[in-house]
Design a protein around this ligand. Structure first.
Ligand code: ZN
Length: 454
């Protein structure tokens, strides 16, 4: 945020450091313009008011992963205020503020890849000074599930705007969740507790669910909830106290004397507004209207900008197949995407396969074989269909020949059908499919058999 160190996860400890982020005496911070621009774009995407002037402040505390003895953050004049996060259920979570700050380093309590270090800790300063935005909501989320949904939507917006890679396992997105209870009908919120550093969507919902029950038990027994910071243990699903209010820090905030206030020109903010992509909920609504998708389908396909772009490229190559392409992308393509390091089949090639199904030349079952052949191959779907002999046969003479053979070889089934046992027809269709090695168009085969047996 204030030096030129690379921001990269997974480097050797203390490899990505310099005198500025290590807090050497005499060094001076310089604001990272790109970080400011990304935070501005994110704030605009969330509908915040971006302040023309904001102020960096020193947040003073001592901790081994914070070599300067203070963190440069923003306090009473943050970068942005207001705005909201839309929930998939239709509601909105209003935002209080968004501010910029620098991250702290990391304490390791065991040797990386090795055993525990009794009584000792190691410090990795690589993360020290990494740009961070803190996004603070108003206290108006009413359930652990909504909290999880809110964080998931935020995650989506981070990826859409390119403000973060959103990788929670690498700590690119972390959540501090606060919870307080109040009697039904009352406006005053009770004492809150904070669960720190939640690094998965599910953990947010589980930690808050546990915390709600814990506070409820205390209050039901006539006790008082302590204001404190807690941690969540995923294995047991419980939260534990980290520090209470008595140990709470007095951060003695004051304006950072080494930095002038951050002043953004109108033009700079406008440029970020122009760079905003079509946002997920806007895209989702457009998918519903333009392609006739159901709400859940549209939400799934607009869930990531790259998946949405993939879908639209395929639709562009086969415009009448928007619905069927949606089905293929949501099943076959997404399933492959879950594997790591998958090179996706080009959307135009997927569209060509779907077009063959839509025109009746390829059965859905055979299309799946073609898809797996076409994945990572240069051959066109058309060539693959011919090479594998999968093109569906709708030629009446060929179908009639198979049907005659099936009736002749299965006299019992034919007689049963004529006696009114209609399910016998299915068996005969199956025989035609078998004889045609799956290439007979089943509907046409069924019609021909029905006519012959009538
Ligand atoms: Zn540095």
């Amino acid at each position: 945020m204030f030096c030129r160190c690379e921001n990269r996860f997974g480097a050797e400890p203390n490899e990505l450091v310099c005198p500025v982020c290590l807090g050497y005496p005499g060094t001076l911070p310089v604001i990272n313009q790109h970080a400011v621009d990304l935070a501005t774009r994110l704030a605009l995407a969330l509908g915040c008011v971006v302040e023309r002037r904001s102020v960096f402040a020193r947040k003073n505390y001592f901790y081994p992963d914070l070599p300067k003895g203070y963190q440069i953050s923003q306090y009473d004049e943050p970068l942005a205020e207001g705005g909201s996060v839309p929930l998939p259920t239709g509601g909105n979570v209003r935002l209080h503020r968004i501010h910029l700050e620098e991250d702290a380093g990391k304490l390791l309590h065991e040797v990386p890849g090795g055993g525990p270090l009794p009584g000792r800790s190691l410090v990795d300063f690589n993360r020290c000074g990494v740009p961070l935005v803190e996004i603070v909501t108003e206290p108006e989320i009413r359930s652990p599930e909504d909290a999880q949904a809110c964080l998931q939507t935020l995650h989506q917006i981070l990826l859409y705007t390119g403000a973060s890679d959103g990788n929670m396992e690498e700590g690119s997105l972390r959540c501090d969740a606060n919870l307080s209870l109040r009697p039904a009908g009352s406006d005053a919120l009770g004492t809150k507790t904070e669960v720190k550093n939640l690094n998965s969507f599910r953990h947010v919902a589980r930690a808050l669910g546990y915390e709600r029950e814990r506070q409820l038990h205390i209050l039901a027994a006539g006790g008082r909830v302590e204001q404190e910071t807690r941690s969540f243990e995923p294995a047991s699903g419980v939260t534990r106290s980290l520090r209470s209010k008595e140990e709470a820090h007095d951060y003695r905030y004051f304006p950072e004397p080494d930095l002038r206030p951050l002043v953004l020109t109108e033009g700079r903010i406008e440029r970020q507004a122009e760079l905003l992509p079509e946002l997920p909920w806007v895209k989702s609504a457009r998918f519903r209207n333009a392609y006739g998708l159901r709400a859940e389908e549209a939400a799934l396909l607009s869930g990531s900008a790259s998946l949405a772009a993939y879908y639209e490229r395929a639709v562009a190559a086969h415009p009448t197949g928007a619905k069927s392409i949606a089905n293929w992308v949501m099943t076959e393509i997404l399933r492959e995407l879950k594997q790591q390091d998958v090179q996706l089949i080009a959307p135009e090639r997927l569209a060509a396969i779907v077009a063959l199904v839509d025109s009746g030349e390829l059965s859905t079952t055979a299309a799946k074989d073609v898809l797996s052949e076409a994945w990572g191959s240069e051959e066109s779907p058309d060539q693959i269909v011919d090479r594998l002999g999968l093109r569906q046969v709708r030629d009446d003479r060929q179908l009639e020949a198979w049907a005659d053979a099936a009736v002749a070889a299965n006299g019992k089934a034919a007689a049963a059908y004529r006696d009114g046992r209609k399910q016998a027809l299915g068996y005969l269709v199956g025989q035609v499919m078998k004889a045609s090695r799956g290439t007979a168009e089943p509907q046409a085969a069924r019609e021909i058999l029905r006519r012959k047996l009538a």
